[in-house]
Design a protein around this ligand. Sequence first.
Ligand code: SF4
Ligand code: SF4
Length: 171
Amino acid sequence: MTAGHGPPVLETIARARSIWDEHGGAIMSQPGIPEHVDELRAAIRSNRALMKRLQVVRCCSRCASEKPGGGCCGATIENWYDHYILVMNLMLGAEIPDERINEESCIFLGPTGCRLMARFHFCINYLCQDIKNSLSQRQLEELCASNGHEIYRGWLLENMLREYLASRANH
Ligand code: SF4
Ligand code: SF4
């Protein structure tokens, strides 16, 4: 998951869908991939549950629905997303949104927060000062460890996906 300014996000979404249409069945039948998808799903769910328990979800949902530009989810961030992480969303059974709810916001932002399952490490790790101020040191450390685990599981799956697609070339 490398940051950069790639093609406009709608092109990246179309590329991910086309890869999934052509290779989705084969990708999911590679040895080890379904298990890694399950591990990533479990890491995402556990991280979201922790964020909910720590009230981070409530604060971010308020931003997503009330602040112009969706708080920290501004429109430029969508262009850091590459087709690999979007294919990973399809592997997880998530839909990729392709209509933005607000001109100034990231295309993946929904009325109550991010609509992606697999996310770029910046999006997983970012906590604004208000959120940091609302958490104790122990809670912050717990959240950082949980974020790190989600990023690690995503990195493992992304490597497997990249390896498979490289073996098929032109992706
Ligand atoms: S991290 Fe902070 S700025 Fe970003 S959506 Fe959450 S509350 Fe808003
Ligand atoms: S991908 Fe999700 S978390 Fe990241 S900026 Fe877009 S809406 Fe926000």
